[in-house]
Design a protein around this ligand. Structure first.
Ligand code: ADP
Ligand code: ZN
Length: 608
């Protein structure tokens, strides 16, 4: 079978992503398949293409009710007969679709698990010519997974009810244990298991010392003008505050967290999907149900509690394969906060949680490749010397002989403790070093210690960086507690006593990446034309009441703004333009491109 031809005709793509072709071949052969692919890996296509190429209908089970309509709209825009059934439909609509199913009008049906497993539904389904089941987000079936859903558990009965139908299980999250559980629960028969690399080459990872969180965030969001992003934070309150501040600074933002009413949550999510809102400030409650392909950045305002969550959350950036940024704002006081959360758990949970947090901190503090560190956590080797896509690889940090400064800092920590009998936090120590005239210093007589003012040679921010470095290399520790007070460790004492040389790394700020080098996934194009095409896409999407990406992805628009097709034949070569979209959209897009070219050449002639 000509799979490539079918891929171009129906979806407009020229090549398969890794593993897609193998999975599709197995599905067409009627085998059970288990597919583990990262977000953006292209899982949907693995069941969508076979659904078009074989007799009968494919039933797709998904927990994400809010998403079904968009998925079905996207398929229909490509000319594929798809529909969905879930609780968002009223009785009449549902009955109408049932009749359509009985008449065999659809190639694909998206359905929520609780509906699929109703006896009445399964009986009705006996009349349909079903070819295959695809179970999306399959990890929801496992209690070991991070998103267990009891209604998914019922899918265990699927095999008993319809023993002859092949099942494909797909997920982006699965540890060894969850993987085995999925296979067992769904009773997959001798399934072929596919595990794609979890590397996301188009994502750049960066960790930035959190000094003035909001200003840092604002600068970052402003540097990404016109782009969508998610800001994850640890609490509802922070989510609310950030939205408020961003809005005051002229950036359209909305919060998303469990404290909002369902209606508002849906409204905010919808607005984000449709590019009406640029930034979502979210607690972890957000994200599962979102497959917006053009999320260009994910900022973690607060420290995530483990690497799994961090990988999942950053994974929501750049699904379309275009370059996207992931930034984590990191501070020692966030570590303290996370530890306090952990202390509220029972003993067994505490052990696991501390372990996970340690790995997260190690990621944040490492001077090695972040990508390699993430992948290693999931058991994958990243062998290259530089990934060209993380702060540590892009700007290897310079080191300097910090012995004198470290000595000053350590001895200041020590003197202050001697004077007051207890310890103080980083900011206070920096104040003393800088010789600041604060109420706290005068009151406690810290202007009398011998290290008062010995650090006037450096800026406060430099001293803060040195303090963080000393924490990182373990010469001081921060006490758990609200104020994160600093104390010397044994190694710190030794360093102070023995006057050992101490090497520190130079701090740096959130610099936008240096221009010049091309980023993974980057498509260079006429940016002005891209903006025009974006506006056109938006108009077409609004007319049809669908999200913009249902019309075309950013990738397709960038390819248009690069190749500038002005005839239908040229337009058909653009990735993402299949048969149906060629028919529907060649006219408006080629016209817009021709206009743009004419206007530009007119301009250059006038100038000449
Ligand atoms: P996942 O479900 O694995 O997160 P999706 O199925 O949503 O990923 O696919 C992510 C994006 O990649 C979508 O925009 C999809 O259209 C696109 N895509 C999938 N397969 C291909 C391919 N072979 N070539 C180009 N783009 C693809
Ligand atoms: Zn790297």
């Amino acid at each position: 079978m000509d799979l490539r031809g079918a891929l171009k005709k129906n979806f407009g793509y020229d090549a398969f992503r890794p593993l897609q072709e193998e999975i599709i071949n197995d599905a067409l052969a009627g085998r059970d398949v288990f597919a583990l692919m990262p977000t953006g890996g292209g899982k949907s296509l693995c069941f969508q293409l076979p659904a078009l190429l074989r007799e009968g209908m494919t039933i797709v089970v998904s927990p994400l009710i809010a998403l079904m309509k968009d998925q079905v709209d996207a398929l229909r825009a490509s000319g594929i007969a798809a529909t969905f059934l879930n609780s968002s439909l009223d009785r009449h609509e549902a009955a109408e679709r049932f009749r359509g199913l009985n008449r065999g009008e659809y190639r694909m049906l998206y359905v929520a698990p609780e509906r699929l497993m109703l006896d009445t539904f399964l009986e009705g389904a006996l009349n349909w010519n079903i070819a295959q089941f695809a179970i999306d987000e399959a990890h929801c079936i496992s209690e070991w997974g991070h998103d267990f859903r009891p209604e998914y558990r019922q899918l265990a009965k699927l095999r008993t009810h319809l023993p002859d139908l092949p099942i494909m299980a797909l997920t982006a999250t699965a540890t060894e244990r969850v993987r085995a559980d999925i296979v067992k629960q769904l009773k997959l028969r001798d399934p072929r298991c596919y595990v794609a690399s979890f590397n996301r080459p188009n994502l750049t990872y960066r960790v930035v010392p959190k000094t003035s969180a909001y200003e840092q965030l604002l600068a970052f969001v402003r540097a990404h003008a016109d782009e969508s992003g998610i800001v994850y934070c640890a609490s509802r309150k922070t989510a609310e505050t950030l939205t408020k501040k961003l809005s005051e600074d002229g950036i359209s933002a909305k919060p998303y967290h469990a404290g909002l009413e369902g209606r508002d949550r849906t409204k905010h999510q919808e607005a984000f999907l449709r590019d009406d809102v640029r930034v979502i400030t979210a607690t972890i409650a957000f994200g599962m149900g979102i497959n917006k392909p053009n999320v260009r950045f994910v900022v973690h305002h607060d420290l995530p509690k483990n690497i799994e969550s961090y990988y999942q959350e950053t994974g929501r950036a750049g699904r379309d394969g275009l370059p996207s940024d992931c930034v984590l704002l990191f501070s020692a006081s966030d570590v303290v906060k996370q530890r306090r959360f952990i202390e509220e758990k029972n003993e067994h949970e505490q052990r696991i949680a501390h372990e996970q947090l340690r790995a997260m901190i190690a990621y944040a503090e490492t001077r090695e490749c972040r990508r390699a560190t993430l992948l290693k956590y999931f058991g994958e080797d990243f062998a290259e010397a530089s990934c060209d896509g993380c702060d540590n690889c892009l700007n290897p940090r310079e080191t300097f002989d910090g012995t004198v400064h470290a000595q000053k800092f350590l001895s200041c920590v020590q003197r202050i403790r001697q004077k007051s009998g207890f310890s103080f936090g980083l900011n206070h120590i920096v104040d003393v070093l800088a010789g600041a005239d604060t109420e706290a210093i005068r009151q406690r007589g810290h202007d009398e210690v011998s290290t008062y003012g010995v650090g006037r040679d450096l800026k406060r921010s430099a001293w803060q960086a040195i303090g963080r470095e000393l924490l990182r290399i373990g010469l001081v520790t921060a006490a758990p507690g609200k104020f994160a007070t600093l104390q010397l460790t044994d190694a710190g004492w030794a360093a102070l006593r023995e006057r050992k040389p101490i090497t520190l790394t130079k701090p740096f700020d959130v610099e936008p990446r240096k221009r010049g080098k091309k980023r993974a996934g980057e498509i260079e194009c006429d940016e002005a034309l891209f903006e025009e095409l974006r506006a056109l896409r938006r108009r077409l999407a609004d007319e049809r009441d669908v999200p913009a990406y249902v019309i075309f992805s950013d990738v397709s628009l960038r390819e248009m703004a690069r190749a500038c097709p002005t005839t239908p034949a040229e337009f058909g070569k653009i990735p993402g333009v299949g048969q149906q979209k060629l028919r529907d959209f060649a006219e408006p897009f080629t016209a817009a491109i021709a206009d743009h070219l004419a206007a530009n050449s007119a301009r250059s002639t006038t100038l000449a």
